[in-house]
Design a protein around this ligand. Structure first.
Ligand code: PRP
Ligand code: MG
Length: 209
């Protein structure tokens, strides 16, 4: 039996497609309605939850495997896991973005940076050896510059439409994001064969869509 935590919503839908393509039984997942836990005929037990909680479940060893976005992993303080597979879906990237005048502007104070990902933002600027003030927002981070709260943002960009619609542009692309399969290290030790079998099936199935 493998216990698997999956981020609800889009990642869940994409994983179902990958499982189907890999020859797994997905009917019980499709028919699960509002329940949050399900076991399939392949002896896989799935739970579905919020992205950060998927990492928490894996950290505490209540699941063997997690499916979660790289954005969540980068922001998490927990990194004692194996990342075994890139589903190559949900592709987007972290970027520093601002109004076009940001680049040539002289600041006589610390720059203010809004982000839903303060850890990622902090790491980026510490790498640049620049001391900035990071302001945490819960969403619609583009509002930072729009309302004059921040000089720039670090946020996820997919199509770039949200930035464009708000007059913002990419100053620098930071790192790529996509859905990843992560594995608890102790689980890997005890269930290595089972887990690697799943990875092989995913690799053979190829790219979803
Ligand atoms: C995400 C992200 C960007 C936008 C990127 O926000 O934070 O704002 O999508 O997509 P685009 O480049 O295709 O426009 P989301 O709408 O998920 O909500 P949130 O910011 O409120 O979390
Ligand atoms: Mg947004």
């Amino acid at each position: 039996m493998l216990k698997i935590a999956v981020t609800k919503g889009r990642i869940q839908e994409q994983l179902i497609l990958l499982l189907q393509k890999s020859g797994y039984d997905t009917q019980p997942i499709i028919n699960m309605g509002r329940s949050l836990e399900v076991t399939t005929t392949d002896d896989l037990q799935f739970i579905f939850g919020k992205a950060n909680d998927v990492v928490t479940f894996l950290e505490h060893g209540v699941v063997d495997i997690g499916f979660v976005g790289k954005d969540t992993l980068q922001e998490s303080d927990f990194d004692d896991y194996y990342e075994l597979f890139d589903l190559q879906v949900g592709q987007c990237y972290f970027a520093l973005a601002a109004y076009p005048d940001f680049k040539n502007k002289t600041f006589h104070r610390r720059k203010r940076i809004a982000s839903k990902y303060p850890k990622v933002a902090k790491a980026y600027f510490s790498n640049q050896k620049e001391d900035v003030e990071i302001i945490k927002l819960e969403g619609s981070v583009e509002l930072g510059p729009v309302v004059g709260l921040s000089d720039a943002i670090i946020d996820i960009v997919e199509t770039g439409n949200t930035l464009a619609a708000n007059g913002l542009e990419i100053i620098e692309k930071i790192s790529d994001i996509s859905t990843r399969m992560i594995v608890n290290k102790a689980s890997f030790r005890f269930k290595q064969q089972n887990i690697l079998q799943m990875v092989t099936k995913f690799e053979k199935a190829g790219k979803i869509k």
